[in-house]
Design a protein around this ligand. Structure first.
Ligand SMILES: [Zn+2]
Length: 422
């Protein structure tokens, strides 16, 4: 009989926006995860740690060379029939991909296509869409976290067009005139259409011209010649200018909402919603997919980007309100549930106090947990089985498994991603 709970070996991704060497949380966790021959290279960037069955950076079963997906294909009962049926899963895939990200440079402005588009594009060009799934995602801040996400209200964009000449100069006069005329009107579809026209122009602007305007803007801000209306946005523009090597996405500061989140804050990103993460350490969980379209990449991707964008301006981003995870009628005091409006996933933050125990009822779907602080044990099979767990270690927990976590000398903190079907 195969175990209900077992250790996993995650995979790291060394994208250039990641934090360097052991300053990266990803490097610290990877160092404890048991990846064979892993040693932190202080000159390398550690951006992401992946835990799941996506083939681009697949997880393996600890102590074997077997892929998690191969193991689950041989033992589908660990995923559970109802989950397999509900999501049409094949080949040992699970519905979610769980990640830790650690970065101090902005990621490219991007969107993720919806399922219909992903299926269509993947069947015609598997490089443009590497899989056929949508990638709705949820982000949970582990440190102070800064991000761009979703469109600013059109009234705000129109103020920037009026007060930031370098930004306005990127657009033809008729586009600006139309945008300004509808920006404050109650006509929602008119505002969305104007926003789409504006973004279409932005995506096609001459790179050299944009770079020249950006240089002018940054010089003006550095000389403290900003207007009162630009005072709030100036620090973000200067920060993005330092981060984006080619400057191409900096003007997005005048189009997208900017957020500063605190540890424990979480939000979800839906398909078609433009976003760029700027600095922070985060937990990310998404429907199993790696389909990303960036605004800065050269045509024809621009057109893919524009046709897949959801033009929904909002004055802010609603945070996911975590709730206490309950076990029957008793709540488990150290377990907070983040349940985004995404069918494929939810994430629990579990803090076990020193000398304490935290119990989780059985979940009706598979989960993956990663320890980010301290050490302890996970116990299952009514106490008959146990595994010691330290920082960076990752475990798979089969559907229908009741588990208890206990901490010894130190408090113990882990994140558990899972899917549940009714
Ligand atoms: Zn994303």
């Amino acid at each position: 009989m195969t175990e209900q709970v077992f250790r996993l070996i995650p995979a790291t991704q060394n994208y250039p926006w990641g934090k360097k060497g052991s300053s990266s949380l990803v490097a610290q966790l990877a160092d404890g995860s048991g990846i064979p021959d892993f040693k932190v290279d202080e000159s390398n960037y550690y951006a992401e740690m992946w835990m799941g069955t996506h083939p681009n950076a697949p997880t393996r079963v600890h102590g074997t060379k077997q892929l998690l997906s191969e193991h689950l294909a041989a033992h589908p009962e660990l995923i559970g029939e109802s989950v397999i049926k509900r999501f049409g899963l094949e080949n040992g895939q699970i519905p979610f991909l769980f990640k830790v990200l650690s970065f101090d440079k902005a990621l490219p402005v991007q969107i993720h296509p919806d399922k219909h588009t992903a299926e269509h594009v993947h069947s015609e060009n598997s490089r443009a869409c590497v899989d056929s799934n949508h990638k709705k995602e949820m982000t949970l801040a582990l440190s102070n976290f800064s991000a761009l996400c979703g469109f600013l209200p059109t009234s705000r964009v129109s103020e920037f067009l009026a007060f930031v000449p370098e930004f306005a100069s990127l657009f033809p006069a008729d586009i600006i005139a139309h945008f300004t005329s509808v920006a404050c009107s109650p006509d929602e579809s008119g505002r969305k259409a104007a926003l789409k026209d504006l973004l279409s122009c932005y995506a096609q602007i001459d790179k050299a011209e944009a770079a020249a305007q950006l240089k002018r803007l940054v010089e003006r801000y550095q000389a403290d010649k900003e207007s009162d209306e630009e005072k709030d946005i100036k620090p973000l523009v200067l920060q993005l200018h330092d981060m984006y090597p080619d400057g191409s996405d900096v003007f997005c500061a005048f189009i997208l909402n900017h957020f500063n989140l605190k540890p424990g804050h979480a939000f979800s990103v839906t398909t078609g919603e433009p976003h760029a993460y700027i600095t922070g350490d985060i937990i990310e969980c998404m429907a199993t997919s790696d389909n990303t379209i960036t605004l800065a990449s050269s045509p024809p991707s621009h057109l893919d980007f524009l046709s897949n964008v959801a033009y929904n301006p909002t004055p802010g981003k609603t945070l996911i309100q975590p709730t206490m995870f309950t076990r029957g009628s008793t709540s488990t005091a150290g377990s907070l549930l983040y349940n985004p409006p995404i069918n494929e996933l939810a994430v629990m933050q579990v803090i076990v106090a020193k000398g304490g125990v935290e119990s989780h009822r059985e979940l009706r779907g598979p989960s993956i947990a990663v320890v980010v602080e301290g050490e302890g044990t996970v116990v299952w099979a009514e106490g008959a089985k146990r595994l010691g767990l330290g920082k960076g270690q990752v475990v798979f927990i089969a559907t229908g498994t009741e588990v208890k976590y206990s901490a010894f000398e130190t408090a113990f903190k882990l994140y558990r991603a899972f899917v549940e079907v009714a």
